[in-house]
Ligand binder design. Sequence first.
Ligand code: G3P
Ligand code: MG
Length: 246
Amino acid sequence: MKTSPLICHRGASALAPENTMEAFELARQQGQHWLEMDVCMSADGEAVIFHDDILRRCTDGSGWLVNNSLAELQQLDAGSWFSPQYAGARIPTLIEVLEWAAISGMCLNLEIKPVLGREYETASAISRALEWAFEHTPLATRQLLFSSFNPLSLALAQQHHKDIERAWLTDAIAADALERIKPLECEGLHFCAELVDPAAIAKLKSSGLQVRCFTVNSAIQAQELFELGVDAIFSDFPTLLDHPAD
Ligand code: G3P
Ligand code: MG
């Protein structure tokens, strides 16, 4: 699938606390259509949006996220660490974000980030949220793209929601990337900007894959990647491509 050339990484995460509704809504207000966000699971099996395994960096809590129930997670302040202006921002549930996407028309790259060993439970939590949203809202599969560093999570996504496209997430592009991607029927590959490999990008592009690159916060770097054939970048700055290369 074609995304927009800029995908807001964890929402407008340079301007608002990452992976919160505030960061997602700000990206929308700044004219963006595609957001990336990290999906994990609470102790009681609810899919929630958060990047780290540990709560400390982005909330006033501590310890492992996966050891907390949804009710406990929703008590946490996920905004003050970023700025007092965002005090009281909460960890969103996947259902909440899907409802918002259904109403706003925003498109979501759901990066599946299970705690290792909880891949099956995380896949089930995500499926429950999606099934609820498809039944109760006008959310369309074309608004969604799965990705994961975890091949089992991609395989489970393929099994549960074959009609939602998938992308393989990696740091460096492996020499056998095409062979690895094939059984998972991925439409694309997302790789780390610092590990750019022009020949590998050319090979993926000639196979018809979408190639997207994280995390790019320089307009010059974005331009160089586009010239190599990269289809989209993930950026913390929603308006990065609106200005001439800096
Ligand atoms: O999905 C692209 C990027 O978000 C992957 O790395 O650690 O920022 O989730 P990370
Ligand atoms: Mg991510």
